[in-house]
Design a protein. Structure first.
Length: 98
């Protein structure tokens, strides 16, 4: 689901990465070697983990910078309602009439 990855049918490997991203975002001081080992146990390589950490960190930085400066979202950046998202998703899944 767009609103909560824990409700999505994700493979354990992807769920582990999402769990790591949440922990890095909400409680970065609580991260430890066990968190990295958990990703390795799901077949994430050290290079993939390093890339993920950089992307997660970048988005956390940009969001905090924007929040700290009171930057308003552009209209195209707002999240759709659940109903709007499902309707758009349905449009993409329907066969093209071309």
């Amino acid at each position: 689901m767009i609103y909560d990855y824990r409700q999505a049918d994700l493979p354990p490997r992807e769920r582990a990465l999402c769990d790591y991203a949440v922990k890095m975002t909400l409680t970065p001081g609580n991260l430890n070697e066990g968190d990295i080992e958990a990703l390795r146990a799901h077949a994430w390589s050290d290079e993939q983990i390093a890339c993920a950490v950089q992307v997660i960190g970048y988005f956390n930085y940009i969001n905090r910078l924007a929040d700290g400066l009171g930057v308003d979202l552009e209209p195209w950046m707002t999240s759709p309602t659940r109903q709007e998202w499902l309707a758009r998703r349905g449009d993409r899944l329907r066969p093209s009439s071309r």
